[in-house]
Design a protein around this ligand. Structure first.
Ligand code: GAF
Length: 391
């Protein structure tokens, strides 16, 4: 069978075949890799993600009624029907917990933000692997939010659109995630990472010139799938909130590394380790920003390695496949490697000198085969522009 045409023109043609007329436009939202700053966003801390050159595209046209029709290139013969008013907190609309909850949730969240969202038809296509920790959900939310806000004639800022994506995910999909992924997808810049202070909402662009440093960012998808609407993520978030309440701080962000000895005396061992991860991770983000603005990306390898150890030992959100990918990548010459995203599966990111790229990919594949794990998939990504209208 011929490969589907994944260009914007191909998506528009497929839209016309499914819905009988051309879309009004095509919008794209990228996935993201988080360089450092994991499980810090919902603790009002710091994160340093970047948008990647894998994206979700939506072709959209308004309807005259309040109905919604949703289709995906993954199964183009199936069209989901829903009503705008069906989605809301605890009511995913469409079919519960499938991908349609994201655009419907975004439509609901924009409505809550005062946007008069019309009924619409939407065809989705994506090159962001689903459930791999590269934020396929935020990519779809951000493309949909940009499209629907524009078609509704609403002049929302990028942070307001990010908030709508997060609300869709928290209130409609039921995943208690933070604001990092939507911010990265909307505010990403070519050749740069987005430094976000999740308390103030302030963002700064930090240069991430991998090419100039002779590095590639290799993503290794372990193929261990995760879902943030499942228990582990919510459990870690609740543990952080409990610890903050016990320690009498507004959020774990309010603690410094120098507070840790005193914190240790007030918490049980597990709670202390959760707090220590968040506190040291915030410090690692600040250190990575300093290094990227100074010596450059080759210098952040050690920060990535320390971040992975903290997620594995203190926050306990890694898994054997992620640990193996990190170890094998480092042993084969990566300058630094760590799991990226919420954890419990998903991807590892490794900063790899160009000359070691093939060796690192092969070493990881061999290590997985040696343990009898399913074959991982490795590919490079580039820091890329954020969500935008394509046509
Ligand atoms: C997921 C969430 F969606 C983010 O908000 C963030 O908490 C991340 O896990 C962990 O850093 O991607």
């Amino acid at each position: 069978m011929a490969e589907p045409d994944r260009s914007p023109a191909g998506l528009a043609d497929e839209f016309a075949r499914i819905f009988g007329h051309r879309p009004e436009g095509i919008w794209a939202g990228p996935g993201r890799v988080n360089l450092i700053g994991e499980h810090t966003d919902y603790n009002a801390g710091y994160v340093l993600p970047f948008a990647i050159d894998r994206q979700t595209c939506v072709a959209v046209a308004r309807r005259a009624d309040r109905s919604v029709r949703l289709a995906t290139m993954l199964s183009p013969h199936e069209v989901s029907a829903a009503e705008l008013d069906e989605a809301g907190p605890g009511r995913p609309g469409g079919r519960a917990r499938d991908w349609t909850a994201y655009p419907l949730g975004v439509a609901w969240a924009l409505g809550e933000a005062g946007v008069d969202v019309p009924g619409f038809e939407m065809l989705v296509d994506s090159t962001v692997p689903v459930g791999a920790g590269l934020s396929s959900s935020a990519a779809l939310e951000c493309a949909a939010a940009l499209a629907l806000a524009e078609l509704a004639g609403a002049g929302l800022s990028l942070p307001q659109l990010a908030a709508a994506g997060q609300r869709a995910e928290n209130d409609v999909v039921g995943a208690p995630t933070g604001i990092m992924d939507q911010t990265a997808s909307l505010l990403g810049r070519e050749g740069a990472a987005v430094f976000l202070d999740c308390r103030s909402g302030r963002t700064e662009t930090v240069p991430l010139r991998l090419e100039a440093a002779g590095l590639d960012c290799l993503v290794i998808d372990t193929k261990v799938s995760h879902a943030h609407a499942d228990g582990g993520y919510a459990d870690r978030r609740a543990a952080c909130e409990r610890a903050a309440a016990l320690l009498g701080v507004g959020a774990l962000r309010d603690l410094a590394v120098s507070d840790l000895p005193a914190v240790r005396r007030r918490l049980d061992g597990t709670a202390f380790r959760r707090v220590r991860h968040v506190v040291t991770e915030n410090a690692r983000v600040l250190e990575a920003v300093r290094l990227l603005r100074g010596p450059g990306p080759l210098a952040v390898g050690g920060v990535l390695d320390a971040g992975h150890a903290s997620l594995r030992e203190d926050f306990e959100v890694s898994c054997p496949e992620l640990d193996l990918a990190v170890e094998a990548a480092r042993a084969a010459g990566a300058a630094g490697a760590r799991m990226t995203g919420g954890g419990f599966g998903g991807c590892v990111l490794a900063l790899v000198p160009h000359a070691r790229l093939a060796a690192v990919s092969t070493a990881v594949a061999d290590a997985f085969a040696g343990r009898g794990y399913a074959a991982p998939e490795a590919f490079t990504v580039r820091p890329s522009a954020g969500a935008r209208r394509l046509s």
